[in-house]
Design a protein. Structure first.
Length: 161
């Protein structure tokens, strides 16, 4: 592949998926600044590995999730913080994700359930989620089931549904 073609393809994928991937990490519980850092680092890695990556968007999602967990300095996903970040800007599409009602409800779940729901919300199968998170598909399905049950309780408590 020529350098010009690489640049065109890479730029198209970057434009198409940057905000979605940042939003995905915010939905998973990341602070916006950490989500942006992780996604940018993942795109740098994508550029380095371009010729060996078959599904670039899925690859960047998986790598950005893993980089975000490293940014947190945590070894185990269940130790993730559930704090809601303070915001100083109001015009970013990523901030709209942060403030969305869906994200606010998901932030009330335990961190592992929040993360698997973020993958599901982003259209990933349990197998894709399991690969990205380094866990078994069975564990992902169990956590999805628990997350949905907890969300139903939350929505009921809020008088929704």
């Amino acid at each position: 592949m020529s350098t010009g073609r690489f640049e065109e393809d890479f730029a198209a994928i970057f434009r198409e998926s940057l905000h979605r991937l940042v939003g995905f990490l915010i939905t998973a519980g990341a602070r916006r600044v950490d989500a942006e850092d992780a996604v940018q680092m993942a795109f740098i890695e994508l550029a380095r590995n371009w010729h060996s990556v078959e599904q670039p968007i899925a690859w960047v999602r998986r790598v950005s999730f893993r980089l975000w967990t490293k940014i947190l300095g945590k070894n185990r996903l269940h130790e993730l913080s559930e704090s809601i970040p303070d915001s100083t800007h109001s015009d970013s599409s990523d901030e709209l994700v942060e403030k969305s009602q869906v994200v606010q409800f998901l932030r009330r779940l335990p961190p592992l359930q929040q993360a698997v729901m973020a993958f599901a919300y982003d259209g990933c199968s349990p197998a894709e989620t399991a690969e990205a998170m380094g866990m078994s598909p069975t564990n992902v399905r169990q956590n999805l089931h628990r997350a949905r049950a907890n969300l139903a309780k939350i929505l009921h408590t809020e008088g929704i549904g």
